[in-house]
Structures are given as C-alpha cells and as structure tokens.
Write a protein that binds this ligand. Sequence first.
Ligand code: UD1
Length: 418
Amino acid sequence: MKYMLIAGARPNFMKIASIMSAIDSHNQSPDGTDKPINQLLVHTGQHYDRAMSETFFDDLNIPRSDINLGVGSLSHAEQTAEIMKRFEPVVMSEQPDVLIVVGDVNSTIACALVASKITYPKNGNQKKRRPLIAHVEAGLRSFDRTMPEEINRILTDAISDFLFVTEKSAEENLQREGIAKEKIHFVGNTMIDTLIKHREKAKESGILDHLGLKKDSSIEKSRPADDYCVLTLHRPNNVDNKEIFTGILEALSIIAKQIPIIFPVHPRTMNRIREFGFENHFVFQTHGSQFTICNSRINCIEPLGYLDFLCLMSNAGLVLTDSGGMQEETTVLGIPCVTLRQNTERPVTVTHGTNMIVGNEKENIVNAALSQLEKFSPSGGANNQELRSSIPPLWDGQAGKRIINILADHICDHSRNN
Ligand code: UD1
C-alpha cells in the first residue's frame, strides 16, 4: 500500500508528524509486517522560509519530503493553480492508494482536487482508478465564507472519501451538509498528538533564557516568569487593513501596560508593518543576541521553531492570537486565550477550553484580555483548576493511530471485496 501525505504550510507539519509516526508504528506491528504501508511525503512549498518550514522538520523529526513542488507565495488563484499543475504529474507517476491531506490551507484543496479527478491508466486487472482521499481535520466550520480557509474546508470535505474529525461539532456540520455518515470518523486531534508527544522535550528549550524570561531569584532560579503574554497575528482580516490593524495596536499597547507582550511575527504581518510604517509601535529583536523584555511594549521576535514556541506558549500568562491551532493548543495547556476573530471553527475550545472569541475591536480586546488575566490569576477563584483541566474528548495523543487503523482496516476490507 502506498500512502501519499501532503504538507504545505506551517500548521500542516504538526499534523502530518503524528500521522507519519503512526504509519511507522503500524509497519513495526505484526499487522504491519504483513501489510506494510509505504509513505511518501509531498511538500508543496507554500511556506518556504526556514523559520516557517524546515525548522519544523528538524524539531518534529519528520523525514525530509520526498518531493518538493517549490510553489512559494502567489495570489490565491495562482498558488492553488500552480500546486495543482505541479502535483498532477507526481500523483500520476506515483499512483498512491491513499492521499492524506490535512487542515484547510490552499495546498489541502489543491491536492485533493487533483486527486479527485484523475484516472490512473489501466494496468492489467488493476481496479484502482484514483487514490482514496482522506481529509484530516474535516468538518470544522466558521460559517464565514470571507475566510479563504472556510472555502478550502467545504470543498475538500465535499470530495473526500474519509473525513476524520477532531470534535463533535464537525461531525454535525458534515451530516448537515449531507455527507454520508459512514465516511465520517471522530478520531481526535493530530495537532494535539504532537503537542503531547513533545511537551516534555519542549521544556529543554533555551528560549525563556534567551528572552530573559526566567525569574532571577536564588530560590526559584529556573521557574519561568509566567507573566508575559504571547501574541500571534497573521489573518488578512486583521493585518491587511490599516485601520483595523491600528485599532488592534492601540488595544495591544493598553494590554502591554499590564503584561509584557512577546510577538513572534509572521512574514505576512512583517510585510504589513513595514508597508503601514508601524515599526515605532514595536521593539525589534533579531536572532543571536540576548533579549531584554521591554515592559509596556510589544516585543517582536522572528517566528520560532516548534519546540521553542511550545515552551514559550506553555509558560505564558496569556495568549492573544488569530490562529486556529493555537486555540486548541492553549485549551490543552490550560493557558487563557483571547482570539482576535469574529468566530471560530473550533467551538470546543470555548465550550471545554480556555478560549474567548472577541473580534478585532479595541475595547473588546482590552476587556477580554484583562478579564482572562483576572480569571486565571492565582487568586482567580475556585473554577480555575476546573477550567484548566477540561480537555476535549479524544484529544489524548492517539488520533494519528486511530486514523491509520481505520484506513488500514478499510483498505483491507476493500481489497477483500474486490
Ligand atoms: C497560510 C494559510 C493559513 C494558515 C497560515 C499559517 C491559506 C489560504 N492560508 O496563510 O490558513 O493559518 O498559512 O501560517 O492557505 N511568506 C513568506 N515566507 C513563507 C511563507 C509566507 O515570506 O515561508 C509571506 C509571503 O509574503 C506570502 C505571505 O507570507 O505572500 C502569506 O503566505 P501564504 O502562504 O499565502 O498565506 P499565510 O498568510 O501564511
């Protein structure tokens, strides 16, 4: 059996790491020795900076991709089209049995769409016409079609054969859209598999020292300060419009008076900061030199690798973000999160987790950040512990294994029936 996995952009790497490791475990099991899975990793090259791509391969021990399509940054249409053009000959020549796509980025829909329409040349009495398509993290819906990711999610789900979901709401969304029940599998969260696996290792990261975030007390020398906020921002809705970005900056400068902000800056956001002339709102730090946190300021650093970022986030007092994955990671880590978006496709992070959805207006951001800080402070009340430990169902580190077991069983049945 040949499984082809697709990765393109930063949040994909954590998800495929769990699946690739589950395939390795399958191959080492008695079942796998009988029916080994040959895995092939295709990197579309949607993200290509070392800090946005290669460093994740090192941190997560993912083997280098077998094929890199080298697509790079383009408009949505050009990027999607270019991935499709470059992917078609690859899938035709490799003829995988299964194509695994993850998440909701342009690479996800581009590769799924190619695979859904191809026909392998007839070879003897070979039955397969195209690869079976498995979508990992299916069914999530923000119900906001101005988000390119929402379009990618709906379309990928519509053409996939296996829909692996992370939370119950996703199952309900898919059924409402008329997807057959037998295609939907509630398996848990591969991004959380990777977090659980690397949590201990992340504690060895030197990032807190490097950023000067360890308390300099002789009693608790190695205890992290726990009194900084981590910020990430990259959604076009937040950073591409100067007026909206200005409002967010005003909110951040109020919050920074209460708690210093560390901001690993996404390249898209860095481009906007330069374009809008916002540099003077920030303190910039380049890699290599020792960092001193400036209180009352927004401290910018370059994007971090997986282990450094996990360490930084795990020890933060607060996270402000517009990322999808970080809403889930903070829920599992029990770190208060304020999401600068109007909606979330991951409602379980609000019902079970630590997440608050506040949009991008100044007052709402400030009020939410201050209330989260209050609620989660050491004197924040009896519910504190309860909130911190509420992990969504099946987010237990086993999602990758469940996915591979389901695929292996199904394909075994499928070949018996043919
Ligand atoms: C993409 C995903 C988004 C995901 C995000 C994580 C889509 C539609 N969007 O958004 O869902 O949350 O990745 O980061 O697929 N750039 C670089 N170097 C890089 C990558 C990007 O400089 O390695 C810059 C380029 O200027 C590029 C811009 O960032 O034009 C945006 O990159 P792109 O991949 O188009 O979208 P993201 O905003 O990263």
